[in-house]
Design a protein around this ligand. Structure first.
Ligand code: PEP
Ligand code: MG
Length: 577
């Protein structure tokens, strides 16, 4: 029997058939095509090129007026590359001479061009190399998307090195039901993990050398907290045993579900406010709990709407989409809308920014919005217009300096002024807060506290930046832990600054929905917690079994612990109620 361990993202026990996603496309690309199919393949390439060009032209029209001319010139340059006779002729030559598929030929020819440019010691040529790579990826994506058959994934446990959030969303949109995911890639707080959780897919991450195991057709995946494993070649006895476990697990879930309507109040009467983290709406399968059973929305990740679109959503499209996502919430329930948090692992297929060596330290979050002001302004207009009817608050992501926050507020004031001139109503007193994700905000906590209406701690990024550990990393992933005392002390520091200036503070990173994390945050005095829908019921059930006074007493012990293991051990005792 082979039992592999990993990190759990969404708890569940699944017995099912596997689908090994060994990048088959890439394998097939290398195979030769029959001689008689060469003309057909050339035609396929030409159609692909035309489609990629027309996508780019559509994008350019859409972006006109939203970004500056320089950006539009990049799109134009990409279009010209796709029409470059030398580039295209070389690709065709390779298809004819070596009988290769278009994808392979595009990749091979592109690499040659890129090497050529990289050897020239000039930034202009280096940029040209990047442009060619970008165009190549776009063309390959276009070629591949012509005949994808998603059905092969349906009702299967997917075994893969990595799957991108956009691919997972695509499968979901096609109505494909993945029973489970096992992957090599290990970022538990990556956007992929957050999405898998929202889609309620039992997922095991960080499984070593994933294709190098004896995968049988039917396997057992157990992502419950205590096991976090997969059995690659189960016996009939094990299948029977796990089937029993699965039923027991479902009964426990059912019990928790039945407490959905009960308030989230601790045994000693302290009201803990639980909010939802929402994405683009479609991923939140059927609403597990009705909206009046939560306090409101603590984080609306608007970038997911942008990521799923083919172009930047217009003001009207955004209003429509937000209203759709917020369907079921009352007008009084607080809704925090986070402005576009794009960059790093959240990219737009239709708007490529310059590749950076360290994208997590580069153009992301508010930095992107301050650079592309018109995109930001469109979103602010949409949010403000919505605030006329609902209890909306605005939140900026990835704030690093006071200047950035002030600059964003200036733009907000300008947008408000525009709306006033147009006689469009909005909430003049709309609250504006920031995400606490960058250590500089912790160091400058009081200065920020004076100017914000509220803080929301993004523990996913805060952990990554405090510990200098990429939240997606497989190599140093072990270092990444929100239970590291450094992270907890930082959160406590900002909490004290918020208290001092009478400002609200909540946590919307993944640790708020993790039972141990929830206990830690409550003990630090944070009583507003925002999490994905699939975590709410278990959190509610836990809160109802806790004694707040006791938690306050462990605060000191948590803050003086020296290792994440020590903190975890301490917290474990409180969740085994
Ligand atoms: C965070 O960083 O904790 C957060 C909530 O933002 P995101 O996960 O979307 O980066
Ligand atoms: Mg973040």
């Amino acid at each position: 029997m082979e039992r592999l361990l990993g990190k759990c993202v969404y708890e569940g026990i699944v017995i099912g058939e596997t689908y090994l996603d060994i990048d088959t496309n890439l394998q097939n690309e290398k195979e030769n095509i029959p001689f008689e199919d060469i003309d057909k393949e050339i035609l396929r390439l030409e159609i692909g090129i035309q489609r990629a060009i027309s996508d780019l032209r559509g994008l350019k029209i859409d972006l006109k007026g939203k970004v500056d001319e320089k950006e539009l010139e990049i799109i134009e340059a990409h279009t010209l590359l796709l029409e470059d006779p030398m580039y295209i002729a070389d690709i065709k030559k390779m298809i004819r001479k070596e009988q290769k598929k278009s994808e392979y030929a595009v990749k091979d020819v592109t690499e040659k061009f890129v090497r050529l440019f990289e050897n020239i010691d000039s930034p202009i040529y280096k940029q040209r190399g990047l442009d060619i790579k970008d165009v190549c990826n776009r063309l390959i994506e276009t070629l591949k998307s012509e005949n994808e058959d998603y059905k092969v994934f349906d009702e299967k446990i997917l075994i893969t090195k990595e799957i991108y959030p956009t691919e997972l969303l695509k499968l979901h949109r096609e109505g494909i039901n993945l029973k489970g995911i096992i992957m090599e890639y290990g970022g538990e707080t990556s956007h992929l993990a957050i999405l898998a959780k929202a889609l309620k897919i039992p997922t095991l991450m960080g499984v070593n050398d994933v294709f190098n195991h004896n995968w049988k057709e039917r396997i057992i995946l157990d992502t419950t907290e205590e096991n976090m494993c997969v059995i690659t070649d189960p016996t009939e006895e094990q299948i029977a045993e796990y089937d029993k476990k699965r039923k027991k697990f479902l009964r426990k879930l059912d019990l928790i579900k039945r407490g959905a309507h009960l308030p989230s109040i601790t045994k000693d009467g302290i009201d803990i406010k639980l909010y939802l983290n929402l994405g683009d709406g479609e991923q939140d399968k059927e609403n597990e709990i009705s909206r009046e059973l939560v306090e409101g929305v603590g984080l609306l990740r608007t970038e997911l709407i942008y990521m799923k679109n083919q172009n930047f959503p217009t003001e009207e499209q955004q209003i429509e989409k937000y209203a759709q996502i917020l369907n079921g919430f009352s007008k009084e329930q607080p809704i925090i809308i986070r402005t576009l948090d794009i960059g790093a692992d959240k990219q737009l297929s239709y708007f490529k920014v310059t590749e950076e060596a360290n994208p997590f330290l580069g153009l992301r979050g508010i930095r992107f919005c301050l650079k592309y002001r018109e995109i930001f302004e469109t979103q602010l207009r949409a949010i403000l217009r919505l605030s006329e009817e609902r209890n909306i608050k605005i939140m900026y992501p990835m704030i690093t300096t006071l200047n950035e926050m002030r600059e964003a507020n200036k733009i907000l004031e300008k947008v408000k002024e525009d709306l006033r001139k147009e006689n469009i109503k909005f909430n003049e007193n709309i609250e504006v807060g920031i995400m606490v994700e960058v250590p500089s905000v912790i160091m400058m906590a009081e200065a920020f506290a004076k100017e914000v209406d509220f803080f929301s701690v993004g523990s996913n990024d805060l952990t990554q930046y405090i510990l200098a550990t990429d939240r997606l990393s497989e190599t140093v992933g072990e270092l990444y832990s929100s239970y590291n005392p450094a992270v907890l002390r930082a959160i406590y520091h900002i909490k004290k600054a918020a208290d001092k200036y009478g400002k609200k503070i909540s946590v919307c990173g993944e640790m708020a929905g993790d039972l141990k994390g929830l206990v830690a945050l409550l003990s630090l005095g944070i009583k507003d917690l925002s999490m994905v829908e699939s975590s709410i019921l278990a959190a509610k059930s836990l809160v109802r079994n806790l004694n707040y006074k006791e938690l306050e007493e462990i605060r000191e012990r948590i803050l003086t612990e020296e290792t994440p293991e020590g903190v975890k051990e301490l917290l474990k005792n409180y969740i085994n109620y």
